[in-house]
Design a protein around this ligand. Structure first.
Ligand SMILES: [Cu+2]
Length: 420
């Protein structure tokens, strides 16, 4: 698991400033692996110079000023590719616009840094011995999806995701991770020659992700910058490797959830402004309440469905609509009416990914192999219904939200309550 600040409306700034970390949860039947996993992991009180063979790796994108300070846009003009003088959205526009502005002047719809930072270091290098390693990969980016690939390196053996272990180890050529998704992975450097240098690459786009394949459906990240994550440099092993080959590991399996007792339909929506209309004059975006176009996007919203099947966006402080009973097993059908994929995170529970289905006609398709077991974040693709199933076993007031932090903060988050 991982943790980060969740302050309402400024999560993006606080995560960007630094505080985020891992919890490595140990013990109990859910951790009863038959076989030996690579270790140890870093622990409080370790002496310096200790060798680690289980390493949490958080990947984030950031931008820096020439002084080395973090750069983060403080004006909406950044997203629109303008100088702030060319785009100033007043809080109280012309009364002809029909009311106060519903556009946040400093909020940017998405944020992509131009550098990759791993565990706080930009494009680091890690010496790895000729043996097996267990890595906990976490996408800690604000907006950026990641598609990780090793350059001429060993394959990824994925053994777990957000909710724990997969039913069995799987070999995957690439790791797709939306923001907040995790992959528990074994990489075997045993047969990689000493002195080899392997780059961990990122093939996901430098813009919002909509699904599909790198180089076919979208241009991959800049191979000179955000297309690189870190480097592994292979050195001799200092001791025999006691770990079990990943294909021979027997992983603990969770009993599947029973039949759903309720199904509810929720929606992902992107909204243009209802009160701000603008037009373009000499490259400047100016308020034009009479002849202008609605300013967009103004915000992204979760919501429910209208009777006609269209999305019904709901703001954060509108009355609660998701209220599972204690002990209920519910399927949530997530209808994505936007043009982008969103990593949807439901607090408090972990869920099974049931399937995905094109909106309208079309057959459902099963979850990806790495989505087996339990997850707490799922990628909901545009034009599809994504179904997840969970047992809501503890009462309380929680939230669910898009884990693109810019979306979560404005205001793609809703409360939900388990129990009365
Ligand atoms: Cu989103």
């Amino acid at each position: 698991m991982w943790y980060h600040d969740h302050t309402l409306g400024m999560t993006r700034a606080n995560v960007y400033a630094g505080p985020a970390g891992f919890y490595l949860l140990r013990g109990g039947p859910d951790d009863a692996v038959v076989g030996t996993l690579p270790g140890p992991a870093p622990a409080l009180g370790d002496r310096a110079g200790r060798d680690y063979f289980e390493i949490p790796i958080v990947i984030q994108d950031r931008s820096f000023t020439e002084d080395g300070d973090l750069f983060y846009p403080d004006n909406r003009a950044f997203f629109d590719g303008l100088d702030p003088s060319q785009l100033q959205i007043p809080f109280m526009p012309d009364p002809a616009c029909g009311g106060p502005s519903d556009v946040a002047p400093i909020w940017n719809p998405e944020f992509f840094g131009n550098s990759i930072v791993v565990n706080g270091a930009t494009w680091p290098s890690l010496d790895v011995q000729r043996r097996r390693y267990r890595f906990h990969f976490l996408n800690g980016c604000d907006t950026r999806f990641l598609i990780l690939r090793m350059d001429d390196g060993p394959p990824f053996w994925q053994i777990g995701n957000e909710g724990g272990f997969l039913p069995a180890p799987i070999q995957v050529p690439r790791l797709l991770l939306g923001p907040a998704e995790r992959a528990d992975v074994i990489l075997d450097f045993t047969n990689v020659p000493t002195g080899s240098q392997i780059i961990l690459r990122n093939l996901a786009p430098d813009e919002p992700f909509g699904g599909g394949a790198p180089g076919v459906d979208f241009e991959p990240a800049d191979p000179d910058t955000t297309g690189q994550v870190m480097r592994f440099r292979v050195v001799p092993a200092t001791a025999p490797d006691p770990s079990t080959p990943p294909s021979e590991l027997v992983l603990p399996t969770l009993a599947p959830l029973g039949a759903a007792t309720n199904t509810r339909q929720v929606s992902l929506n992107e909204q243009e402004s209802a009160t701000v209309r603008v037009s373009t004059e000499d490259g400047n975006v100016v308020l034009d309440c009479t002849n202008g176009e609605p300013f967009a996007p103004a915000e992204a919203d979760l919501g429910t469905l209208n009777p006609d099947g269209t999305g019904k966006p709901l703001g954060w402080d509108e009355p609660l609509t998701e209220n599972p009973a204690v002990g209920a097993i519910e399927v949530w059908e997530i209808h994505n009416f936007t043009e982008d994929a969103h990593p949807i995170h439901i607090h408090e529970i972990t869920f099974e990914v049931v399937n995905r289905q094109p909106s309208g006609d079309g057959d459902p398709r099963p979850p990806e192999s790495w989505e087996a077991g339990r997850k707490d974040t799922v990628i909901a693709y545009p034009g599809e219904v994504t179904r997840v199933k969970a047992l809501f076993d503890r009462p309380g007031l929680f939230v669910w939200h898009c884990h693109i932090l810019e979306h979560e903060d404005n205001e793609m988050m809703r409360p939900y309550r388990i129990g009365p």
